[in-house]
Design a protein around this ligand. Sequence first.
Ligand SMILES: Nc1nc2c(c(=O)[nH]1)N[C@H]1C(S)=C(S)[C@@H](COP(=O)(O)OP(=O)(O)OC[C@H]3O[C@@H](n4cnc5c(=O)[nH]c(N)nc54)[C@H](O)[C@@H]3O)O[C@H]1N2
Ligand SMILES: Nc1nc2c(c(=O)[nH]1)N[C@H]1C(S)=C(S)[C@@H](COP(=O)(O)OP(=O)(O)OC[C@H]3O[C@@H](n4cnc5c(=O)[nH]c(N)nc54)[C@H](O)[C@@H]3O)O[C@H]1N2
Ligand code: SF4
Ligand SMILES: [Mo]
Length: 693
Amino acid sequence: MNAEVTTPTVDTHCPYCSLQCGMSLRPGEGGVRVVERPAFPVNRGALCGKGRTAAEVLDRRVRLTEPLVRDGGELRPASWDEALDRVAAGLGRAREAYGNDAVGVFGGGGLTNEKAYALGKFARVALGTSQIDYNGRFCMSSAAAAHQRAFGLDRGLPFPLADVARTGCVILVGSNLAETMPPALRYLTELRENGGKLIVVDPRRTKTAEAADLHLAPRPGTDLALALGLLHLVVAQGRTDEAFIAERTTGWPEARAAAMAHWPELVERITGVPVPQLRAAVSMFCDAASSMVLTARGPEQQAKGTDTVGAWINLCLATGRAGRELSGYGCLTGQGNGQGGREHGQKADQLPGYRKLDDPAAREHVAAVWGVSPDSLPGPGRSAYELLDALGTEVRALLLMGSNPVVSAPRAAHVEDRIRALDFLAVADVVLSETAALADVVLPVTQWAEETGTTTNLEGRVLLRRRAVDPPPGVRTDLAVLNGLAARLGHEKGFPADPEEVFGELRRASAGGPADYAGISYRRIAAEDGVFWPCPDEAHPGSPRLFLDRFAHPDGRARFVPVAHRASAEEPDAEYPVLLTTGRVLAQYQSGAQTRRVAELNAAAPGPFVQLHPHLAARYGIAEGDRVAVESRRGRAVAPARLSTDIRTDTVFMPFHWPGEGRANSLTNPALDPTSRMPEFKVCAVRLAPEGP
Ligand SMILES: Nc1nc2c(c(=O)[nH]1)N[C@H]1C(S)=C(S)[C@@H](COP(=O)(O)OP(=O)(O)OC[C@H]3O[C@@H](n4cnc5c(=O)[nH]c(N)nc54)[C@H](O)[C@@H]3O)O[C@H]1N2
Ligand SMILES: Nc1nc2c(c(=O)[nH]1)N[C@H]1C(S)=C(S)[C@@H](COP(=O)(O)OP(=O)(O)OC[C@H]3O[C@@H](n4cnc5c(=O)[nH]c(N)nc54)[C@H](O)[C@@H]3O)O[C@H]1N2
Ligand code: SF4
Ligand SMILES: [Mo]
């Protein structure tokens, strides 16, 4: 028999970003090997370097393989029973001394739907705390809030990604997808091959901007003014779609008036984008028969992110580019389960199925599924940064699963201090992250290839990851961790460790909610290349395209929201004269906890840097490769200079993937958006101090 043919390969999905590329795992020497899975439609076989090398993090030499507990200041190996006993005792002590809300839970958008659901239930039922939130708050929460406000429902893309290649014009705002989801670049290339236009809005000329017909490079933090300026021109040129506005929207007169206050010359002054470029963008967008606006973290991670996204949605609504075939607004969600992770209850104000925690009917439905009284469910808790800020004072003990805030949270030195001030910290992780290293108990958990579970990609397509390889004997799944902890907290039942059983319960809990998974089963996902929610019953085909007939508000209409430009929380001044923005590079993922453990990725992106324009560098006498200290009101970071004409002369850029002296988040501003509670990662004021070669 031919061994090649009989070797079982297992179809699954990448552990990293929201594209959730399909891949296959093939057993090989000492583990599994990632191989292409060309039949999966979203990435059609293509993978970036992170996905290709993902199996290296399964190696025992780089990961956690046994529980650790802190004794006399040091972490030492322990049995699972001892570790779980200590966590239950640590959380229990805080609860007895200070009340239920003294115990916090922090989750992650990389967790599967099953884990996110179980974590939310664990917080509300087993701990009885309102204090749960997750890192998705730092990710796409502003777009989620704007989606809800305008359309009555939040699904990142209301259409399959493949539609992007067939529309007439795409405005891509603050996304560097050539580096952050490389296989998706193909859809933009196809768009242009089909005669469509691509406009990229980014203060830097990124690899993505290089692929565009038009690149607008606004000053960081001014996308709101930019969108209003475009809408002003649309109105002035008579290019609104009055029939669409009348039939499918409300609130236009107020939104129109707000836009008319942002005349092009004023917008040029605020953003630095010349009026002729504004006009060119309006022509491309309106001349096309269909068009889309897609946003990512650039405009969203601002203290006015919700209004900023709202302004871009207004542009779509006013021109009739929403709720129509090949037209609409979408957000490019970021984490592996950035979509599903925000739907099933690890968010401070939320119950499964994207229900609201303060809605009596939602409480009743979910409480019935959980077999508890609706009155026993706590109310909404603090948002992610507010929760981290309360550690060691109001919140005394924390269970953290799927995030590394010591590297990734804004004003990270302060957050690190708050974490150190906790009475008790437990971290479940696959590696000893910078945050896990501070824990009292570290729980080693299984990884994507070692466990089964669902994720929901940026299109709202629910996917199945399958177990392909046995985990090392000393690790357990996150679900088994919650099962063991719940039992110790007096909940023998209600927290099964079997993912399919949890998914069955999630289906019932989500039934009838906005994100309805009731009709989705593991079997269907496998047979259909994923199922798009909402999918209320097994006969329902799923919903690849939303809003074509009606928007999700009760009256079926989309809402214009009147928004006006406002300054960033911190503008440059004499003391801190330069703008800092932050983001990502191709070869590292997030806090780097996983990707910094892969040799090939480290060789490609070995460390932090400060990208700055040669003109700005000359003003400070900084040469290529020199160490530069970047200082803000929150702290200081030092990294080598990388000179480049691809960035504005008033702005420096730092990637945030590294801890230590080059940690970008030592500098960032935790000013929060009033609606989404998103911190202002994308703009703050800094000064530069050259430290020489
Ligand atoms: N390689 C890699 N890929 C990833 C990730 C990763 O860490 N590494 N993370 C995943 C996750 S969770 C996410 S959220 C996505 C993020 O994906 P992206 O949003 O594409 O990533 P960022 O680099 O954070 O930001 C995108 C761009 O915004 C620009 N920008 C900065 N300030 C502004 C501004 O004020 N306005 C505008 N319009 N643009 C601005 C930056 O210059 C940057 O090029 O990537 C996912 N994919
Ligand atoms: N300055 C700046 N800061 C930013 C951003 C920015 O653009 N600029 N972007 C923000 C954004 S968009 C995001 S999404 C955050 C992300 O930042 P983080 O929340 O820190 O995200 P990760 O680095 O992915 O951390 C995930 C951690 O969980 C572990 N892990 C992975 N899978 C699992 C699992 O299944 N179970 C458990 N228990 N653990 C797991 C990983 O090993 C890692 O330690 O960073 C935010 N911070
Ligand atoms: S683009 Fe995202 S999902 Fe695809 S291989 Fe790279 S990290 Fe994985
Ligand atoms: Mo993200």
